[in-house]
Design a protein around this ligand. Structure first.
Ligand code: HXC
Length: 257
């Protein structure tokens, strides 16, 4: 597979997808989205990959959708462009493998929206977050209007969406958008430390936990509780459950395959 606008690296069960269009601060044009889609399909299909990390090359994570490509679009052009991003982001949100964002710089517009579809979010202290769409006369088209209110509540989301104001990493941490903020030189070390901790656990159990959490976000607890029950039943008798229980009885660390 030949990729130009994202880099795909795999090591010890951890895949890293790096946005690589530094000349445009990793803005998401159709080619970046196509490469991202191919890289995501690759890691989903690769049984060796247990955790997926996303980061950006240079001083930016993603500076948004590509304004120059959108310029002049009307009607179906922009619907098709927007839908492409929406579908890839949703695929990432629902993929059974856990995802971690390592936000190394600007996460603007579609870049901020991308962060919202990942499971666990780290940023370096220099990272900046912004949804500037209303300053461009458009709406966030990669589902920021849907995911941000779910993440931080409607009133705080509306303030960010209506003002287009900039958030520091510390602001985003306080709002609950981020899990952790690190010094820039520590970012990837801390991300990989957590990725390893997750990769050492049962991948099959994590995939079911993720599916249960995702499903529960959109449904009543009386339906969600039955989904969890079904997943619990599905775990028993699996190699990971047997190994996990044996490791407890034998007082040793579990070795999941
Ligand atoms: C296209 C972009 C871009 C973008 C930066 N570039 N952001 N190109 N789309 N979103 C390009 C610049 O045009 C420039 O190319 C090069 O990257 C470097 O950018 P500079 O502006 O010179 O860098 P700097 O002064 O450091 O400023 C960084 C910045 C600024 C603050 C991030 O670039 C910026 O405000 N960018 C726009 C961010 C934005 O509005 N994003 C939201 C887009 S709308 P040249 O060739 O000129 O040197 C969106 C909607 C999502 O995301 C949904 C769509 C369906």
């Amino acid at each position: 597979m030949s990729l130009k606008y994202v880099l795909l690296d795999k090591k010890d069960g951890i895949a890293t997808i790096t946005f690589h269009r530094p000349e445009a601060l990793n803005a998401l044009n159709s080619e970046v989205l196509a490469d991202l889609d191919a890289a995501v399909d690759d890691v989903i299909a690769d049984d060796e990959v247990r955790v997926v990390v996303f980061t950006g090359e240079g001083k930016s994570f993603i500076a948004g959708a590509d304004i120059k490509e959108m310029d002049g679009c009307v009607g179906l052009d922009i619907v098709n462009y927007s839908r492409k991003g929406v579908e890839i982001f949703r695929k990432i949100e629902l993929m059974t493998k856990p995802t971690i964002a390592a936000v190394n710089g600007y996460a603007f517009g579609g870049g901020f929206e991308f962060v919202l579809c990942t499971d666990i979010r780290f940023a370096c202290s220099k990272a900046k977050f912004r949804l500037p769409e209303v300053t461009l006369g458009i709406v966030p088209g990669f589902n920021g209007t849907q995911r941000l209110p779910k993440c931080i509540g409607m009133n705080k989301a509306k303030e960010i969406l209506f003002t287009g104001k900039m958030l520091t990493a510390a602001d985003a941490l306080e709002l609950g958008i981020l899990n952790h903020v690190t010094e820039p030189e520590q970012l990837m070390d801390e991300v990989y430390a957590m990725a390893k901790q997750i990769a050492d656990n049962s991948a099959s159990a994590i995939s079911l936990v993720k599916a249960a959490v995702n499903a529960g976000a959109d449904m009543d607890i009386d339906i969600g509780k039955n989904i969890e029950l079904g997943y619990m039943a599905a775990c028993f008798g699996t190699p990971d459950q047997i190994e996990g229980f044996n490791s407890f009885k034998e007082k040793r660390a579990a070795k999941f395959r």
